[in-house]
Design a protein around this ligand. Structure first.
Ligand code: AVJ
Length: 325
């Protein structure tokens, strides 16, 4: 009898529930108080396409401003790069911005785009190799917020980090500091880092950028619930949730939330999540900095500010690892 029970136990143990980090983090975030979801989960194929549309909205100034700054100052930015360097981009997406630097800096020997989405990355690299035949392209499929290693082929080259888009604004300031320290370790001695950072400004400009007239940002925000329905078999009724975006002037951040318009229950893989009427899920923070406050954050995280380019709305910072002269 004992042996039968033991073997039954063994079978049960040999079929553990698969721990999908997406499922685990979604369920943990919705069980938390207040409810929250991580912004990195916005970017499935549908979400990435919606974000691409956001970057073209009249109200969404950051992408246009940053592209104009990079275009105008690419030669000055490139002049700071060590000769024969490897350009390492954190979360490369479509590498449109990297192309501006690659075009201006003949001294870049290798490009290392680091992105979580392997499919996009491979396609993009094939295209880049055609456009820049003398450039060595070494993609890394990784979540850039966790430690990853630089491909051995470029290990000997000095490195330039590139983190555009104000993606750093998604981190809490203490996490942004931790990220910059980690980037310093990955990039090594002599490294330079180029970071795009959105600036604190009038809410008359800030708020419409996250509440566009066409409702694309609302769709982008709501898509995270649609993704949970698609991938985790949940039953969110998207018509009962509303997109909210507001500026929190105490913390210098745009907050996005999804508000349940009624009291309701949602099922996700055997877990029931209850919503009060009006209860929100906090889906994103987008921190804004002043030129000075970001320079101070960088300085406290192992980087010396070298130069900054700004149009008053957005800023591009060049930093050098502090242990170097
Ligand atoms: C990609 C994080 C820079 O915060 O502006 C755009 C994401 N969210 N509209 C930003 C976003 C809503 C974007 N970042």
């Amino acid at each position: 009898m004992a042996s039968v029970r033991q073997s039954a136990l063994r079978v049960a143990q040999s079929v553990p529930k698969t721990v999908d980090p997406f499922a685990a983090e979604v369920i943990a975030g919705l069980a938390a108080k207040p409810k929250r979801l991580l912004p990195k989960y916005f970017y499935d194929a549908v979400g990435s396409a919606l974000f691409e549309r956001i970057t073209q909205l009249p109200e969404y100034y950051p992408t246009r401003c940053e592209l104009a700054l990079l275009r105008a100052h690419a030669p000055a930015i490139a002049s700071l790069f060590p000769p024969n360097c490897a350009l390492v981009e954190f979360g490369s997406g479509g590498s449109k911005k990297a192309r501006l630097l690659l075009g201006a800096a003949a001294t870049i020997e290798a490009y290392v785009p680091v992105d979580i989405s392997g499919d996009f990355l491979q396609q993009d690299c094939a295209q880049l190799r055609r456009e820049f035949p003398r450039l060595a392209v070494h993609p890394v499929v990784a979540d850039f917020t966790s430690p990853f290693s630089i491909p051995s082929q470029v290990a000997a080259l000095p490195r330039v980090g590139f983190f555009p888009g104000s993606t750093i604004g998604n981190f809490e300031p203490h996490e942004a500091a931790k990220f910059l320290r980690h980037a310093g370790v990955v990039l090594g001695r002599g490294a330079v880092m180029i970071v795009g950072v959105d600036l604190i400004k009038d809410t008359k400009i800030l708020c419409p950028a996250y509440n566009d007239a066409e409702g694309v940002t609302a769709k982008f925000n709501l898509n995270v619930l649609a993704r949970i329905n698609r991938e985790l078999g949940a039953n969110f009724d998207l018509t009962t949730f509303e997109h909210h975006a507001l500026y929190n002037s105490k913390q210098n951040r745009i907050e996005m939330h999804l508000a349940s318009m009624r009291r309701q229950k949602v099922r996700i893989q055997g877990t029931t999540i209850s919503f009060r009427a009006g209860e929100t899920i906090h889906t994103e923070n987008s921190y804004k900095y002043s030129v000075e406050s970001f320079a101070a954050l960088a300085q406290g995280s192992g980087w010396s500010p070298l130069q900054v380019w700004t149009d008053g709305q957005f800023s591009v910072h060049a930093l050098r690892r502090s242990d170097e002269k």
